[in-house]
Design a protein around this ligand. Sequence first.
Ligand code: KIV
Ligand code: NA
Length: 279
Amino acid sequence: RKKVTIGTLRSLHKRGEPITMITAHDFPSAHVADHAGMDMILVGDSLAMVALGMEDTSEVLLEEMLLHCRSVARATKAAFTVGDLPMGSYEIAPAQALETAIRFIKEGRVQSVKLEGGKEMAPTIERITSAGIPVLGHVGLTPQRQNALGGFRVQGKTSEGAMKVLEDALAVQEAGCFAVVLEAVPAEVAAIVTQKLDIPTIGIGAGNGCSGQVLVQVDMTGNFPPGRFLPKFVKKYGDVWAESLKAIETYRDEVKSREYPAREHTYPIPKEELELFAE
Ligand code: KIV
Ligand code: NA
């Protein structure tokens, strides 16, 4: 498979072919996503919850994001990689954001960065992109701002709300983003925003009128125990947790019953050598 570049994404968008994106947080999850032919792999700060067991994304540190980015980058041969700037690493000033973005490229070994926010982030996006680092925008529901938004709520459900989503998306486009994530926005609003933009929109909970889609890998592969809350937009394509559970339980049972390891799992020793040793 050929390496996906900014140019590849642009030509996918131009010919109306949906762009596929999925999250990965370590070497194996990136390896499988790359093999599956994903156009883009996002090291999302959702790894705070799905890989580190934290309550929300506000807890994950820059150094932790960089460690996960490096492991993803080592596994990714073809997909275009994006690192998610964690809360606190980019909001203070454009210079801080650029410094962080450079660390993602140099230490995280990803090819671009994502940051949350609309109009107010325009100078920051300009600063990062002017240094030659591609930026993926993220508007609509921005989970790092959940305390100000009053939780994880659908954005753009009123005409003013929808106008804010559109203005934010236009602003990050104008500032130089190569694409923008639209999260938890009514499908019709996301479709209109997509039509009004020149850059691709990557939807999550934003319907089928976007230029591409993204999902959290652990959610869509079903790599979590039964009963966990899943947002409405997630489609569970597999049951990885049940597969792992079955495998580990069977291993446990076979160790307890001495069924494992069998003869074929052991190393031989020549008979004479064994006799000498056993004497
Ligand atoms: O952190 C994440 O996984 C994300 C995607 C859901 C867009 O930001
Ligand atoms: Na994120």
